[in-house]
Write a protein that binds this ligand. Sequence first.
Ligand SMILES: [Zn+2]
Length: 428
Amino acid sequence: MQEAMYEGKNITLSVLLDGKREISELKKSSAKGAFSCPYCNETLNLKSGNNRIQHFAHRHSESCEPSIESEKYHKQVERESKQHSVIKNFIHDELKAQQKLNKELEVEYGFVAKATEKWRYYPDIIVKNVEKEIAITVLTNVTKNRDERLASQIIKRNTYFKEKGLIPIWFIENTEQSIDLGRHVIHLWEAELNLAMKTPEDLMWETLLNETKSDQSLFELFDYHHQNTPNSYKVRSLYYIQSKEDRIQFSVRRFIEDEQKSPFRAFALNGGYEISLSTAMLTTKTLQLSDPKIEMQLRNSFLQELEQKKKEHLAKQKEIADANRTELLNKRYDSSKRQVSSKNLLTKNHFRTAILEYIKTGRLRLINADDVADYLVLNGASNESYNTGRYKIYSDVCACLDQLAEENIIELSSTGGQRNRTYVVKNI
Ligand SMILES: [Zn+2]
């Protein structure tokens, strides 16, 4: 095995060797009984031979069960960075401190808690709270070369923990984050996507987003580069972790699912935020992993931003509609002159057809009664007007537009600004 109790601390051989102590020195300490098994207390001998890498072995007996399982676990985490055990121990100690305050809480390293059951994979830490068991795993060293293999390993481990009745929670080393908030995009490793969780907080976001009514999708409104627009938004979250000098910092990243194949990406809902370990770990029935107050604020500001985007979008549409209208009026003017000259007057019986053609030809999304009247006059309707300057056909135009609104082809809109009676085109 690679770990031993030494001077009151559970320590691994590599850490001892990193501490600039020669193997021969360590062997001397070992001969004098300085190392013992963290699980059964038996004295350990440090062995180094040509055939096997340096390791500790029980002095008088076979390896005890927990030490065998510990070996299995340490093989499993071999691929992790040095930060892994630092972060893991931090979380463990924090939860242990909470255990003192909450008697229902049981906290143990995964391979210690389940040694007798001889699990195939072990999470770093297992927390039991009343009836729920949570499997916490810290993941470091996610890189391109390892991503594909890691992704399938993670699925296996995740599934395994779930089959064992645990709720798996994964923390990813902070260095893996890549977010471009200006474009609302978060780029992901496949492994990260597989680890994203759906927490109660995600569900609250999901409900909110799916209840938001808008003609355009969120992706479109926020100008997020996308291939497909989902029928309903699926929100998930990732938890990043970073060890700072004397503490651990968590950050929460929440996103709407998007691309499920490489390059993996998603719509970032916000820039996320950092929370302390104790807030993240505030144990109710499961780990909290977020700050409810901040989440509420983030949802509110997201809604505000969304309203702003809708307004911008509408203004843009109106600009396009106006441009189309101007072009249309200019184009129609010549033909209308011909029509007028041939005395082929446009009577109110033909208003409906002409208005529909006006909308279709101009691909208009917004129309208003004055513009429609202008158009009809240019196309041969009577140009008689009142003293106010308004065409006399105006009331007939309005009646015709009301009829189209009743048929749900257009809808009266309040967003007309100074123009009278503006309609949004709906179905045509
Ligand atoms: Zn032992």
